[in-house]
Design a protein around this ligand. Structure first.
Ligand code: SF4
Length: 65
């Protein structure tokens, strides 16, 4: 399944604003304060990097489906 949705899920932890997601995939993630997902991005073109970003998040708050 292609990734169609990416979001910040703070139901268990909070974004620590570390910047690791932006380092892994700056086409999708930016961290002006807490992480935000850029709008208008074709997630399917960045699937490997989105998964890498989610894996690299130290607090596990990056969700995608
Ligand atoms: S990697 Fe996780 S904790 Fe770090 S800025 Fe991104 S979402 Fe926040």
């Amino acid at each position: 399944m292609a990734i169609t949705k990416v979001w910040l899920n703070e139901s268990e932890n909070e974004c620590s604003m570390c910047g690791a997601c932006e380092a892994a995939c700056d086409a999708v993630f930016e961290v002006p304060e807490k992480m935000v997902v850029k709008s208008g991005v074709d997630f399917s073109a960045h699937e490997a990097e989105i998964k890498e970003a989610a894996d690299s998040c130290p607090v596990g708050v990056i969700a995608f489906e």
